[in-house]
Design a protein around this ligand. Structure first.
Ligand code: FEO
Length: 392
């Protein structure tokens, strides 16, 4: 347990061994943050995934008998925060389950298939706990339709759910207890893999956050922001506005190294123009890390050969992921090799990048079997052209 203030505690769970969060690689593990507020009424804000309920309960019991809890507040129905709620309710017989109207109510009922003691709240609803109160700020679609923030007064603590989260498991609970570079890169990875599709909604949540002037930001995963609040809010400003820097990411998969040779030549062309570029093979890099790099990059070039008249499976999966995340407004480029079935991979990549919201260059490079010296030179030239577009 961590005492955040007199009567306010972090009582969540630390998942040191988690390495895969629905396909998002989490090499540093994560935490499921849960907060206990003691006043005339007692509220537990968010729970943990069901596997970690014993850890949550042990922390709560250090402070209070769970049977005395009056409110279980669900800021987000996703099971890593609500999965243990039904078991918790059995231990908290007088507790009401506070959730956002409609999407929260429906989501919890659909997960638990039982009658729940729901108390629905909406924008502007306030729950008095005694000397303290919680007010609720729905932030739909940052990340699910029921996401909402809660603001504890008079402390000015903001429980921000997915906003400002990071997947890191540490013994420290605050931003200033971890290397700032690592923390910001995990926050960027979280934004890119969880919030990328919802920049408008996240911008609204950011505006509401700024208006509240929180003294402490308590997300549902990772470290709490106290000393570095300006930095994380500034970063969310950049990310929600889609700000980029002159950088390209070249992603490829390869069968017999032809597409790889093209990718290397493309990178050489980009670098010749003085533009920063990263080369990422799907055989060596995790898509969730590549997406994090893409967050502030201005361009994405994608290359793949054909296997059985289709994309290589890893590339098909990567493009499916990108289509869902919709990194709008970036420049896209496609290239690849083929054997005897035609240059369908390049066409498929262009279509998928367009569907993902990128502005795809007309130029395309498709090479039969293995690139000649002239074809590699054409790849360098495409790289240079892409770099010039990046520089604007
Ligand atoms: Fe762990 Fe959408 O949350």
């Amino acid at each position: 347990m961590t005492r955040i203030a007199e009567g306010v505690f972090w009582v969540g769970a630390i998942d040191w061994t988690l390495r895969d969060f629905h396909g998002y690689s989490t090499p540093r593990g994560t935490t499921y943050n849960s907060y206990l507020v003691l006043d005339e009424k007692k509220a537990l804000i968010d729970a943990v995934r069901s596997t970690h309920l014993p850890e949550l309960l042990a922390r709560v019991k250090e402070i209070v008998d769970p049977g005395e809890i009056d409110y279980l507040v669900s800021l987000h129905v996703e099971p890593d925060h609500s999965g243990s709620l039904a078991q918790l309710l059995a231990l908290c017989p007088k507790a009401q389950l506070v959730t956002v109207e409609r999407h929260g109510e429906q989501g919890l009922e659909r997960y638990f298939h039982q009658k729940l003691p729901l108390m629905a709240v909406k924008e502007g609803s306030t729950l008095s706990l005694g000397k303290r109160s919680l007010s609720f700020i729905p932030i739909p679609l940052v990340h699910w339709p029921d996401n909402m923030m809660a603001f504890l007064s008079p402390d000015a603590f903001l429980f921000s759910t997915d906003c400002y989260g990071q997947h890191v498991a540490t013994s420290g609970r605050y931003d200033d207890q971890m290397d700032m570079g690592l923390l910001m890169s995990e926050a960027a990875k979280y934004y890119a893999n969880i919030i990328f599709p919802y920049p408008t909604q996240a911008a609204r949540a950011l505006e509401k956050t700024r208006a509240l002037q929180p003294k402490l930001i308590c997300p549902s995963h990772g470290l709490l922001w106290r000393g570095h609040r300006p930095e994380i809010l500034e970063a969310y400003g950049r990310w929600t506005r889609g700000e980029t820097r002159p950088r390209a990411v070249v992603v490829y998969d390869t069968m017999w190294h032809s597409t790889e040779a093209m990718a290397l030549a493309l990178v050489e062309g980009i670098a010749r123009e003085g533009v920063e570029v990263g080369l990422r093979s799907l055989g060596s890099y995790d898509p969730s890390d590549i997406v994090a790099e893409l967050l502030e990059a201005r361009a994405l070039a994608v290359g793949c050969p054909i296997l059985n008249n289709n994309l290589l499976p890893r590339m098909a999966a990567f493009l499916t992921y990108i289509k869902g995340l919709r990194p709008r407004g970036k420049i896209g480029a496609a290239f690849g090799s083929f054997g005897w079935g035609g240059a369908t991979a390049v066409k498929a990549i262009k279509e998928d990048l367009t569907l993902a919201g990128l502005e795809v260059m007309e130029d395309e490079l498709a090479v039969r079997f293995s690139p000649t010296a002239e074809e590699l030179q054409a790849c360098r030239q495409l790289g240079q052209k892409l770099a010039q577009k990046i520089k604007g």
